[in-house]
Every structure is written in structure tokens, then in C-alpha cells.
Design a protein around this ligand. Structure first.
Ligand code: GDP
Ligand code: MN
Length: 399
């Protein structure tokens, strides 16, 4: 789960990481009131969406005229902001963060993430702040520092010194070295306590009056640990998530929407990935990743069907079940009931393999439904691709 910049900054403040004075507001009236309370030389108005690249897309405004603040807030509120991270559809701005502007002397990059190679929480830092770190890494990898932390002993002073010296902070601005190392320790504490998978500060700035300030903030939290953090669960913003993905999560389905036209329902994540590969190999594109889990029931199958059918791009459905723990005849019952319940008029290919596969196939063939039944994965994939080719999407459905 991702959270908004203003929420990340509230967490930063609680962990002793300096942030500008600021407040998230939802109306120009509130903007006027807050600006009056803030009394700053420069005001920064920032669109709050779960995507970066706002600066370049006009989502960050600066003014030294307090009277302009409500007007700038009004410009952003309700606007759909398209940045290179939002995709072409963009994201609607429902809140803006209004902050005291910082007088920037130097922009740095700092993040902490789980590095899959070393299996350790790893700091990434660079003197090239304010730019996308991927860009810096591609163009001048020598400017990207990595500092893994041994989770068994936690953050150590030497980790901090490696980064501070690596960035050349002692010669850049020696007074910030100690606060920088302290900040790294605080960031590490936040990361571990909140079970984050990424904390990113870009830019982390050194101000002209030699203070370190987190000017931007991004936090990704590990969904699997969210049950431990009721306070963090409250930070979820459903507006920032795909409606179909929200519905799927309510049914405990692992669903990721994609851009193709073949809806897939599969049990097991590995098999789901193999299914997507095979659809591509047969010449089409999957409309989604959907893992109904090893213990799929009639209800989960029905919920999966409903979600697939709500996607207007879907031209056909490919059900690929390997009966290991789950028995194929149960899945067949689920498919039959769900198909009758939701009224499917699209081509459906069901491939059953494993426990009671033959029984399941017989049930489907005798059900009166127009579903194609297969045993072989490659054959099944070719079938659904052939059946959907040239069809228009969403035809004949009651949505
Ligand atoms: P992003 O583009 O979505 O990553 O948004 P950021 O919060 O990183 O802001 C983009 C850029 O706006 C920063 O890199 C800064 O250059 C600029 N910016 C943001 N806040 C301030 C501020 O307080 N003062 C000044 N001078 N520039 C700012
Ligand atoms: Mn940024």
C-alpha cells in the first residue's frame, strides 16, 4: 500500500525527520485560512496523488504572495494531473499540501528499501537529488551510493559515515553531517517499525541556512504486515486504487488488472504467470492476473467471474485450474453455478488438470453451458485466442 506525501511527512515528523510546516487541505477557503496561519516567505502548493513527477507536470506551485495561495489551490483541486508515473489517464487531485517553501542550496536523493539481491534493508543515496534515481543510475551509476544494513544488528554509525562521506557531505556542508547520520537512523527505525518496503525522500535538501529538510516523501508499506498497524490501515486512499482491484481484495483474490483482452482465472500464482506467458505465446494479451488461491470455492470463482466481466476489455475467459489441494469437480460446480448466476455470453475455455479432472470435465460438458473444455494448456490457450480473435470486447453483457 502506498500513502500520500502529506501522510508520509506526518510519519517523518513523528520519527524526528525534519519536514516543512504544512497542512493538506481540500478547498480554496481552507487554503486561505491555512496560508494566513502559516505566515511564510514562500508558499508551496502541491497536488496530493500517489504518483511522482508532479513538479514537471505542473502539480507543484510556488508563490511568495499569500493572496495567490487560494487561487493556486483552486487551480489544482479537482484537476486531473497527468505525470509520467500516472499513465495517460492521470489522477484526480482531491487534496493539496500547502507548505512553507524552503530556500534550497542543494538537493540530495535518499531512500531505504529492501534490496532483493542482498536480502537487506539498503540505503540508496545520491548527490543528484530532485531527479529520478533510475535516470541517474542509467546515466551516471557512479553517482548512486548503496549501503546495506545488517538487520540482525540494525543501523550502525559506520553505515551513516559511509553514506555521509560517500556523498561528500563533509566538504559540501560539514554542519549537516551529524544531523544527516541521525536522520538515517530515524529513517531506519521508521522503516522497520512500520514494516515499510520503501521510504524515499527526493529531494532531501540542504537549505541556505544549513538545515536538512525532507521536501518530498514517499512510503510504500508491506501489505502482508498491515494487519499489525491499524493506524496505517486508516491511511489507505481507495481513490488511488483500481476499483476492480479493490473489489478483488474484498474477496481475498489476488487480482492485477492488465491491458489485454483475455480474462484469466487461475489457481496459484506460479500457474497464473505461466498462463499469462502462454496466452502471449499464442498471440494474445492477458486482461489480468487473477489467482483465486489454492482453496478456491464456488463463491471465490463467482466473485472472480464478476470481476473479469466488469472489465470492458475482456473478450473471452480462460480458466486454468490445477487440482492439487482443490478438487476439479468442485471447481466445475463453481464455474457452472457462477456462469448461470452472472450470465456469461463470452467464449469460455476451461482447462482442468489434476485431482478429479475427468469428473470435472464431464460436469462441464453436461451442464448445457457453452464452455470449451480442455486438458492440455497449450491447446487451451490456442483455443481461447482463436475464439476471441476479431471479436469486439464486452459484447452481449449486461453492464
Ligand atoms: P515530484 O515532482 O512529484 O517528485 O514532487 P517534489 O515534491 O519532489 O517537487 C518537485 C520539485 O519542486 C522539487 O524537486 C523542487 O525542485 C521543487 N520544490 C518543491 N518544494 C519546494 C520548496 O519548498 N522550495 C523550492 N524552491 N522548490 C521546491
Ligand atoms: Mn520528488
Amino acid at each position: 500500500m502506498n500513502i500520500h506525501e502529506f501522510q508520509a511527512k506526518q510519519l517523518f515528523a513523528r520519527f524526528g525527520i525534519p519536514v516543512p510546516r504544512g497542512k493538506a487541505i481540500t478547498s480554496p477557503k481552507a487554503a486561505e485560512k491555512w496560508a494566513a496561519a502559516l505566515q511564510a516567505d514562500v508558499y508551496v502548493i502541491k497536488a496530493q496523488i500517489h504518483a511522482g513527477g508532479r513538479g514537471k507536470a505542473g502539480g507543484v506551485k510556488l508563490t511568495n504572495n499569500r493572496d495567490e495561495v487560494p487561487e493556486l489551490a483552486k487551480e489544482l483541486l479537482g484537476k486531473t494531473l497527468v505525470t509520467h508515473q500516472t499513465g495517460p489517464k492521470g489522477r484526480k487531485v482531491r487534496r493539496v499540501l500547502i507548505e512553507e517553501g524552503a530556500d534550497i542550496a542543494k538537493e540530495l536523493y535518499l531512500s531505504l528499501l529492501v534490496d532483493r539481491d542482498s536480502g537487506r534493508p539498503t540505503f540508496i543515496a545520491s548527490t543528484e537529488g530532485g531527479m529520478e534515481i533510475e535516470e541517474v543510475a542509467a546515466r551516471s551509476p557512479e553517482n548512486v551510493l548503496k549501503e546495506p544494513v545488517d538487520p540482525a544488528v540494525g543501523f550502525q554509525g559506520y553505515n551513516g559515515r559511509n553514506l555521509a562521506f560517500g556523498l561528500g557531505l563533509p566538504s559540501l556542508e560539514s554542519t549537516v553531517v551529524t544531523p544527516f547520520i541521525q536522520m538515517l537512523g530515524n529513517l531506519y527505525q521508521l522503516f522497520m517499525e512500520k514494516n515499510a518496503s520503501l521510504v524515499e525522500i527526493n529531494p532531501l535538501v540542504i537549505t541556505k541556512d544549513k538545515r536538512l529538510v525532507a521536501l518530498d516523501g514517499k512510503i510504500s508499506l508491506d501489505d502482508n504486515a498491515l494487519f499489525k498497524h491499524p493506524d496505517l490501515q486508516k491511511l489507505r486512499d481507495l481513490h488511488e486504487e483500481d476499483p476492480l482491484e479493490i473489489e478483488a481484495s474484498e474477496h481475498h483474490l489476488n487480482y492485477v488488472k492488465l491491458d489485454g483482452d483475455i480474462g484469466c482465472m487461475v489457481n496459484g500464482a506460479g500457474l497464473a504467470m505461466a498462463t499469462m506467458d502462454v496466452i502471449k505465446l499464442a498471440g494474445s494479451e492477458p486482461a489480468n492476473f487473477l489467482d483465486v488461491g489454492g482453496s478456491a470455492t464456488k463463491d471465490t470463482v463467482a466473485a472472480g467471474f464478476r470481476i473479469l466481466l466488469k472489465d470492458k476489455n475482456v473478450k473471452g475467459i480462460f480458466i486454468n485450474i490445477f487440482g492439487g489441494i482443490v478438487r476439479c469437480e468442485r471447481i466445475a460446480h463453481g464455474v457452472i453455478d457462477a456462469a448461470k448466476e452472472v450470465g456469461i455470453t463470452l467464449p469460455v475455455v476451461v482447462r482442468l488438470q489434476g485431482t478429479n479432472a475427468e469428473e470435472g470435465r464431464q460436469l462441464l460438458l453436461q451442464s448445457g453451458l457453452t464452455v470449451d473444455v480442455a486438458t492440455d494448456l497449450w491447446e487451451a490457450a490456442q483455443k481461447i485466442v482463436a475464439m476471441t480473435r476479431g471479436k469486439s470486447s464486452g459484447s452481449g453483457l449486461g453492464h
